[in-house]
Design a protein. Structure first.
Length: 123
């Protein structure tokens, strides 16, 4: 074989090798880009999930705070009702003391907490 043919064969082999390497790199680059796109999508979904979880947590904390406020209001109202009931009981006792037709001791027993009220029932 002549040197020119050998050079042409070597150059052709080198060109084929270069083409194979270029095609291989191109395929690898496409696979890497596809993985990057997939990773971006997963991150976006994770961010959405994090935002939803944050919103749900904030709503739960808000409901818990509202429940604590409602509970405090209910305790205040119960204390006010107890105070008003005690005051009303005292006013009844005072009226019984003033009324000449009422046995004060019997009336006091009936108006004691858990006793009989003016309606004939327990408190």
């Amino acid at each position: 074989m002549d040197a020119g043919v050998i050079v042409v064969i070597v150059v052709a082999v080198l060109i084929v090798i270069a083409l194979v390497v270029a095609v291989g790199r191109r395929g690898r680059d496409r696979r890497l880009e596809s993985k990057r796109v997939e990773a971006r999508e997963i991150r976006r979904e994770a961010e959405v999930g994090t935002a939803q979880a944050d919103r749900t947590r904030a709503e739960a904390e808000e409901r818990a705070a509202r429940a604590r406020r409602e509970e405090a209001t209910a305790r205040e109202q119960a204390a006010i009702a107890e105070s008003e009931q005690s005051e009303a009981r005292e006013r009844h006792l005072e009226a019984d003391r003033v009324d000449p037709d009422v046995d004060e001791r019997e009336a006091a027993e009936q108006r004691a907490p858990g006793g009989i009220t003016s309606h004939g029932r327990g408190d």
